[in-house]
Design a protein around this ligand. Sequence first.
Ligand code: ATP
Ligand code: MG
Length: 716
Amino acid sequence: QNSDKPAYLAHLNPAQLEAAEALDGAVLILAGAGTGKTATLTARLAHLIATRRAWPNQILAVTFTNKAAREMKERVAQITNGAVDNMPWLGTFHSVCARMLRRHAELVGLQNNFTIIDTDDQLRLLKQLMEAERIDVKRWPARQMAGLIDKWKNKGLTPDLIDAADAEGFADGKAPKLYADYQARLRAVNACDFGDLLLHMLTIFKKHGDVLEEWRKRFRYVLVDEYQDTNASQYEWLKLLAAPENNICCVGDDDQSIYSWRGADVTNILRFERDFPGAKIVRLEQNYRSTGHILAAASGVIANNSGRLGKTLWTEAGDGEKVRVLGVWDGPEEARRVGEEIENHISKGGSLNDIAILVRAQHQTREFEERFISIGIDYQIIGGFRFYERAEIRDAIAYLRLVNQPADDLAFDRVVNQPKRGLGDKAVATIHQYARAADLPLLLAAAQMLDSDELQARARNSLGRFVADIARWRGKIAELSPSELMQLIVEEAGYTAMLQADKSAEAQGRLENLSELARAMEEYDTLESFLEHVSLVMDTDRDADGERVTIMTIHAAKGLEFPIVFCAGWEEGLFPSQRSLDEGGQASLEEERRLAYVAITRARQKAHILHAANRRIYGQWTSSIPSRFVDELPEEHIESDATMSGGESLWRAQFSAQDDPFAHVARPASRGPGFQRAVAQKAAASTRTRSAGPADVKSSAVSLGNKGRDDLTLGM
Ligand code: ATP
Ligand code: MG
């Protein structure tokens, strides 16, 4: 394409080249998915180094994940033939700020060997402070306070800047004081939390002009990927560092802003031109990732959002295959059909690495995992744990194991103080000693210790309740189904209550995982057979560098691409999520729609969208209707297949109509009324997004469209 250019620029199209070569001043690349924003940013980085505009350590480059940072480093190493193998200031906001803060810790009252605490520590600390203030932590959960603090930190607000109005009436107005106490306490123990990494650097920059000056001199160029997901304090930090030359290049897509729940503020994109006068705005319009139908389907969905900046997107890759919309009977059938498609792909010589399954919520992975294990498809879960490795699932299973087998000491250790029942490390250590001396399993030792005074009265009391609980649950093994028993245990152990008291989205996810576990257990008649299944599932060894399917949430898939993508569970209440429907109004619905756009645009050659007519939620069958996003897919770019083949006919074969508990459930029509509405809307409104469909496909296609990321750096 640009044969007169060095290899690392030669493959760029004119708009990309313009952005990569415009080294001085502010540049904003504002473009849709798959248009090569990240590729252009990387080429620009290479260009800066190759032309000696800056040494690698004079470039600040921020990416959204560590994985993205690693990939960019690898690409630069490749481009420079290994000459550049270290980019110290290429990383996430957190990692870069942590590194900076180590050098200036004393300016915010820390030593440079400060510890970075995690969420658990953060909550424990807050709880102590709240109890000291005599705040009822049942009414005002520590988690909610942590959320407020994060929110303030995301806005760059230190305790002195908080006024009562910001505190949302939390704990009768005590939140600002708690925030101040919390910061003081962290300082006293030489620690900071994630939000502090950036906030402390902002504070330092504002108070110590000389330090800011030093960093401004160092960073001659600033590069930012996934700019649409930066929050206010990140933006301020970037602005401070880029001044006065403002050699800053940000790339982003307003349609892919999916982290507003973490304080990301898409209006940063709109402010860019005002904050950096004379900024060059580059728009990339050619999509190199996906084929025509995929792109058009994604564009059709996102066109339903209001207040977009609007973009043109086209591809030379040809129409490709239509997006396949598949309606299935239930979750297991969904997993089965995906499994079949994967086997099909493999039998034609394809690789498991080509495939990603994208889910909206973590608990959706289980059905796929079990299916893949049973048919021998290797898989990995990105940005999360395998279902049976999640903490709450392991806890529930540990309870079951202990009930089933009182000598299971590992299980005992896991749950004896989970949820917290006042049996701290010291009490547990005493039980261990006693058990060793008496050569007894821990649970038996604990039972014996109830009659001794080895433990303090309080510990003895709660241990007594624990031992009695286990015995009682054990008595129910014959009476209850494994699933019922599990639900009874998490309820009576206070485990569910612990999660319910915790108002975070994460706790919500854990509760969903537990009901998913209950669902999974319904297939087993005896506790033993279920536990055996679990040990087999946990034991599947993974071939470390073999090929595998990737399962992940849409959030984790940002910036990535796969030849084949399965988008699972497109049903109202699952996607868009119930939460977004219940609380958020239009804004959160639009964020869900952006997620739908991100999901579809991960696909290069083939996108499948699945929805099930029935889901078992909290042990109850509920009928679900297809997501409104399914209805919003433009008809000419999809092929629907809602014949619910396998599942329903199997079901019918096994049960007479009389037994059918869903006889009353309306079978989903393949296209709901929403679809008609969408078609009408589409006809009426001329969408700002030029349809990327077949009409736009140029016949003179240069065969670049289907090349993978890696082709970009080949031979450089
Ligand atoms: P997203 O919005 O999803 O982050 P993006 O805009 O960052 O996407 P990239 O991931 O950089 O897009 O590029 C998408 C695909 O297009 C990659 O496979 C990349 O290698 C390829 N690509 C980008 N630019 C070109 C080009 N000029 N010629 C050929 N392929 C290209
Ligand atoms: Mg990208």
